[in-house]
Ligand binder design. Sequence first.
Ligand code: ADP
Ligand code: MG
Length: 313
Amino acid sequence: MEQPAGVIVQVEGLSKTYPGGVEAVRGVDFEVRTGEVFGLIGPNGAGKSTTVGMLTTTVAPTAGRARLAGFDVVAEPLGARRASAVVNQGPAVDRALSGRKNLEVHARLWGVAGRAARIAEVVDAFGLSAVVDRPVGTYSGGQRRRLEIARALLSRPQVLFLDEPTVGLDPRVRHELLDLLARLRCGDHMTVLLTTHYLEEAEQLCDRVAIMYQGRLAALGSPAQLRGALGPRVIELRVDQDPAQALAALRGAGVAGHDAFQVGRVLIIPFHGGEPGEAAATIGRLGLAAEVSTRPPNIDDVYLQLTGERIAA
Ligand SMILES: Nc1ncnc2c1ncn2[C@@H]1O[C@H](COP(=O)(O)OP(=O)(O)O)[C@@H](O)[C@H]1O
Ligand SMILES: [Mg+2]
């Protein structure tokens, strides 16, 4: 597998079937470019953490290949691990120790050069100065998450993996963390691969996102590209009668194309051209809609169209 220039993560046909037969990942292909923030989005059980596990050498693939900074994750796990760092979903820091002690232990373990200076640097970058000498057990959720990310960065990884970095944080803290992550990428040429089931978060933060569903990638592109596939606007209508019949009627009348879809009692119709007013008039004539509105498409629509399910937040 050649590593093309500018590509830092290369994944081909990567698959994982767990003992017992769960096909968690079913042959995914993607590349992450150097310096990119790449999002893997999808609902619980989609296979995101398993993919991250394979890329960070803690889960053995059952098929396919992956390279990180040129190192094959199976054949050269040490090289792959050296090039990356990961913040997983589970607890990673020792609650009884101070933040600083946690950082020191990790820095020693990873043989970080210029340990004290590097610790001072990440403490500052993550706004942890005021709490770093307190036991981690006294931290807020947001402070702990910042410490975990700071710790991962001690070794100056080329690729940082963040598995659901904002899950369980309240909206304000989530926002602060997103800001911090956005600023982070402006610094080094670090590449970030993050997973999330918050679609708007991926849209805000990521250069490109892959939508993962039932172990496969259902779509991949920049948020604008993914949204653009639905046309400049969508018509959203809530129907009182059977939504499948209503959709069929709208298709028959030429208002809805094959890419229109249904979510419960709501129909979403990508609008690729023509007069929205005319479409609205037709909808009115058919006596279908309780409520009609038109708006630009969002990532949520893309996700719903691909999976037919609303992502559980
Ligand atoms: N260690 C494991 N053994 C068996 N099945 C697992 C294991 N880890 C995850 N799974 C299953 O694999 C599927 C994908 O899980 P996961 O990768 O954690 O998805 P996500 O991170 O997108 O929620 C799920 O059905 C999950 O139950
Ligand atoms: Mg997960």
